[in-house]
Write a protein that binds this ligand. Structure first.
Ligand code: S3P
Length: 756
């Protein structure tokens, strides 16, 4: 077998949009010689030749396949048997025979009926691409670029032949998946055939009513969007529906069942049920968008019109004034954990203050995919109907974690103990972050999991095991995610599991598990290290969770108030868990005028109102033990340090390099663009503060590498800039702080978010 992919002669039986586009893509990829097309009329032969889509065109399929190395059936699925019967005995030995039909079982049956024994070169396929236009004149050489093609090889299919067809489609720009034919038909019945049927049916319903003219005149976006595909070829779709009858009928019955349930809920004005369906559907739809892009917030958005940037107006000559009292959204770490533990609990868990940001929603969607019923989020309220410690079900596909490291690392611990396999995937940024750090302790407990590539990144493939065994793990890095992952696996293990952390990290897992009735013991070892031990429980007992405001989100406003020319900001009900308050200690050490009031406890977590006044800041050497306690706050602290007098030195913070971006390098690059002097070290940063000057920053364009915290930090810098600061790639702000711009503008910043 030569490595060169080349088909000397190719015959297309049928040459509509799909076949002609494939021919054009193959020509462009230079993987074929002569292309012959079989069409139904002399006129269409002339059109195909005139458009130079093929080298010869004929009405005679037998003549076309003579000497062909590759034959592509690109005709209505219902014609497969008749055409292959005509071609029997005319196909060259060793020919590759493939098709592009929308159903697979019926095509395979037709091929068997026509040809008897199927040749090794028969590779059924289905490109998931097209448009409501038809005919060769609609051909598009880029139609398959980035689209999925499903191949459904049979036992008779040769490995070499399958490889050739796979590479053929990849050369056309497609992403190829192999699947069982029956599975293909079920999946397509639900995702393509049923929606087409519904679109045809809805248009028919409106068109056949007496006042149809009026209906169409006023049918706006919803109707148009929903029924675009009803403009597709009726004959083709009739054939598809008939040839995929059993799977389509199942999908229709399922649809009727769901529609009936929704109808009943509307009859009874059952608001909970209706909202439950709609909110779940909305969340699933957004998740699905991200999943399709496989890079929800990064690459795709960079060259996609939906990418966003912030334009931040500079402060006036007197320095900006900020003022106001605001409540920032719920804590991200606690929101993730509320979904995870609520799902594993026995009983119903009610969560309030839940963060409706993309990251926590990725966790929420993952547990829905694992069979948990979760209502909401509706204005921060989520109701989780726990399935019990052993009640998760195998998901239908991969679990997609978007941009969220917490989802992926904590879920690894839970998934490693299940009796089914799972694959955890994420977007481009998450797929670069280290995952061996969680794989190691899990393997020590007997888990079977595989990270990807030399650097041990996502996707993570987890294989079912019978049992995990409790173990002790000494963590080399201070990471709450690694600690939590091991403790969560420990929930399912035989015997106790313990973890030692070299520095104190956030303890939300320990606190919340105790709230769910689990025995978790934390012991101090020396000055900073802690050992945490979990005893596997029989069950988690559902409870209510009030999520406090996220101190990490509040930080942007603490820094804004501290560096502003005048004024003060109060942040209400901010989480004050002592493992998270490093930023308060650091800002106070820098001389920030910061007060806590109304200190209280809500739902097992301490909270307080935080007021910060415009302050004269002095730089410090950041104490290393505070680094894990302020790990997410450094981008904003660097902005404060730029506005302080003297030199800030940060060391022992190498972890910042493996966050959503390399936060040391990316912040240094941005600060340099804005005229602040800084020096990058392997584990930290030195910043020469410019606190003596009113205007600390110049203007410029900042690339935040789609890192939410970098984006928000540089927006805050505009309070001390002379020119506008434009921050590119800010769409990820929605992962943790969806209403950031609104609140920032409310207290005195001037940020315009625009889609680019
Ligand atoms: C988190 C832990 C921290 C933090 C992240 C959230 C958590 O990560 O940076 O944003 O919820 O456990 P590490 O544990 O990797 O330091």
């Amino acid at each position: 077998m030569s490595d060169q992919l080349y088909f000397g002669k190719v015959a297309f039986i049928g040459f509509g949009l799909i076949g002609a586009s494939m021919a054009a893509a193959m020509k462009q990829a230079q993987i074929c010689g002569e292309i012959t097309a079989v069409l139904r009329t002399q006129k269409s032969c002339e059109t195909a030749l005139r458009l130079k889509l093929c080298d010869s065109a004929t009405l005679d399929p037998r003549a076309a396949v003579k000497g062909a190395d590759l034959v592509v059936l690109a005709l209505p699925v219902a014609s497969t048997e008749a055409v292959l019967t005509i071609l029997r005995g005319y196909l060259k030995t060793g020919v590759i025979l493939t098709d592009v039909g929308s159903t697979k079982v019926s095509v395979i049956e037709a091929a068997k009926a026509a040809l008897g024994d199927l040749p090794a070169g028969f590779v059924p396929g289905h490109p998931i691409a097209g448009s409501e236009q038809s005919g060769p004149s609609a051909a598009d050489k880029d139609l398959y670029r980035g689209k999925s093609v499903i191949l459904t090889p049979l036992e008779s299919t040769g490995a070499h032949e399958l490889d050739l067809v796979t590479r053929l489609w990849e050369a056309c720009g497609a992403i190829v998946t192999h699947m069982q034919p029956e599975r293909h038909d079920q999946v397509l019945a639900a995702t393509s055939h049923l929606p087409h049927l519904l679109a045809f049916n809805l248009v028919e319903q409106l068109a056949s009513s007496n006042d149809n003219l009026e209906h169409f005149r006023f049918a706006a976006g919803g109707f148009r969007d929903f029924t675009r595909i009803a403009a597709s070829d009726p004959v083709m779709w009739r054939d598809i529906f008939f040839s995929n009858k059993p799977a389509l009928l199942d999908a229709i019955s399922d649809f009727e069942h769901h529609l009936e349930r929704l109808k009943l809920a509307i009859v009874k004005s059952d608001s909970d049920s209706v909202l439950g369906v709609f909110t779940r559907a909305r969340a699933a739809r957004r998740h699905f968008d991200h999943m399709l892009k496989q890079n929800a917030y990064t690459q795709q958005l960079r060259d996609n019109p939906m990418s966003q940037e912030f334009v931040c107006a500079p402060a006036g000559s007197g320095g900006a004034q900020v003022s106001g009292s605001i409540k920032v959204p719920g804590d991200k770490s606690i929101s993730h954990r509320s979904i995870m533990f609520g799902s594993l609990a026995t009983g119903t868990t009610k969560v309030s203050g839940f963060l409706g940001g993309e990251d926590a929603l990725a966790t929420l969607q993952a547990f829905r995919d694992l069979g948990v019923t979760i209502e909401g989020p509706d204005q921060g309220e989520v109701v989780i109907h726990g399935v019990g410690l052993r009640g998760l079900k195998a998901p239908a596909g991969e679990l997609y974690m978007g941009n969220s490291g917490t989802s992926m690392r904590l879920l690894s611990g839970i998934m490693a103990a299940q009796t089914f396999d799972t694959v955890l995937t994420g977007d481009v940024s998450l797929s670069k972050r280290p995952m061996e750090r969680v794989a190691k302790p899990l393997r020590a407990m007997g888990a079977k999991l595989q990270t990807t590539g030399e650097r041990g990144t996502a996707p993570i493939s987890i294989t079912a095991v019978k049992n995990l065994t409790g173990a002790h793990y000494e963590m080399p890095v201070a990471s709450a995610q690694v600690k939590s992952c091991a403790l969560l696996a420990g929930l399912f293990a035989q015997g106790k599991t313990s973890v030692t952390e070299p520095e104190v990290t956030r303890d939300h897992t320990e606190r919340m598990l105790r709230g769910f009735g689990v025995e978790v013991i934390s012991e101090k070892l020396g000055e900073h290290a802690t050992k945490v031990t979990i005893t596997p429980p029989d069950k988690l007992i559902a409870c209510d969770i009030a999520v406090p405001s996220d101190i990490s989100s509040a930080t942007f406003f603490m820094v804004a108030a501290a560096i502003a020319g005048s004024g003060s900001i109060t942040l209400e009900a901010v989480g004050m868990n002592p493992t998270r308050t490093g930023v308060i200690d650091i800002l106070k050490l820098m001389g920030a005028k910061l007060e806590l009031s109304h200190e209280r406890e809500e739902g097992g977590e301490p909270v307080a109102d935080v007021t910060v006044h415009a302050s004269k800041l002095i730089n410090i050497d950041i104490p290393e033990h505070l680094v894990p306690l302020a790990i997410d706050e450094f981008p904003a602290i660097f902005i404060a340090a730029s506005c302080a007098e003297g030199t800030m030195r940060l060391t022992g913070a190498a972890e910042l390099r493996v966050k959503e971006s390399d936060r040391i390098q990316v912040m240094a690059d941005g600060l340099t663009t804005l005229g602040v002097e800084c020096t990058v070290h392997h584990d930290g940063l030195t910043i020469q503060g410019r606190g003596g000057e009113r205007a600390v920053f110049g203007g410029g364009r900042i690339e935040c590498h789609h890192d939410h915290r970098i984006a928000m930090s540089f927006a805050v810098a505009s309070l001390r800039s002379t020119e506008s600061i434009v921050i590119e790639g800010t769409e990820t702000v929605a992962t943790s702080f969806p209403n950031f711009v609104e609140l920032a503008n409310q207290v005195g910043l001037q940020i315009t978010a625009r889609e680019v």
